[in-house]
Design a protein around this ligand. Sequence first.
Ligand code: FAD
Length: 250
Amino acid sequence: MARTTVLGRLTWRVATVAAVRDETPTARTIALDAPGWPGHLAGQHVDVRLTAPDGYSTQRSYSIASAPRGDRLELTVESLPDGEVSPYLTRVLSVGDPLELRGPIGGWFVWRPEAPEPVQLVAGGSGAVPLMAMIRSRAAGAAPFRLLYSARDPEAVLYRDELRGASQDGSGVDVTYAYTRRVPEGWPRPPGRVDAGLLAETAWAPELVPACYVCGPTGFVETVADLLVAAGHDPARIRTERFGPGGGRP
Ligand SMILES: Cc1cc2nc3c(=O)[nH]c(=O)nc-3n(C[C@H](O)[C@H](O)[C@H](O)COP(=O)(O)OP(=O)(O)OC[C@H]3O[C@@H](n4cnc5c(N)ncnc54)[C@H](O)[C@@H]3O)c2cc1C
C-alpha cells in the first residue's frame, strides 16, 4: 500500500455532522460529511477525537455503519450511562457541528463484496454496527448472509426496519434475534444468551465453510468465537471485533 495512503488515513480530519437519527432510546446514528474521505471497506472503523476548551483531549473508536458512498459516512453510537464520550456524541453533538476523526482503520475485520463464500454474522448489542455496513455493502445476488443478533430486548435492536426489509425481500439475508432479558409475547425461545444449540439451529453449518464475523462486547465475542470453533468452524475463518468491556450479555 502506498505510504501516502497510510499517512492519509492516520491524519486527523474535520468532518461536519450532516444529520442525526435516533435508532433506539439510547443509540443514535450520526451522518458525517468528511471532505476528501478516501473510501472504506465494510467492517472498518474510525477514531473520533474530542478536545475540550482547556485542551483536554480524548479519543474513541467507532465502526462505520454505512456502505462506502463518496464523502458521507455514518456512525452509530450506543450511549453508556457512565461514559465520557458516548453521551456527548448521542445527546449533545448536533447538525452542523465539527467532529475530528481519522481513518478508515482496520484490514482484518472487513468484508469485500466480491467474496464468494456464505457469510455468518453474529452481533452482540452495538456490535451490529460494522455488520450492518457489510449487509449494506452487499448487492442482490451476492453470497448469502445470515445474521444472529443478540440484544437485551426488542427495543434495543438497531436498524430494525431496515433489517426486516433486507430479510423479507428475498435477496439472501436471513436474520435471527436472540433476546437476553425480555422477549416479545409468543416468542419461541425464553430470554437467554447465544449458546451452542441456537448456533446449531440458526447459523450456517461448518461444512459450508462460511466466513464468520463476530462483534460486540469482549465477553460476548470470546464466548461466541469459542462456540463456533467447538461446532467445527475453522478458527482461521472467524474474524472478531471487540468493542471493549462488558460481560457475555449485551
Ligand atoms: C474497533 C472498535 C469499534 C467500536 N465501534 C463502536 C460502535 O460502532 N458503536 C459504539 O457505540 N461503540 C463502539 N465502540 C466502543 C467505543 O469505542 C467506546 O468504548 C464506547 O462508546 C464507550 O466510550 P465512553 O467514553 O462513553 O465510555 P468510557 O468513559 O470509556 O467508559 C465508561 C464505562 O463503560 C465501560 N465501557 C467502555 N466501553 C464499553 C463497551 N463497548 N461496552 C460496555 N461497557 C463499556 C467502561 O469500562 C467504563 O466502566 C467500538 C470500540 C472499538 C475498539
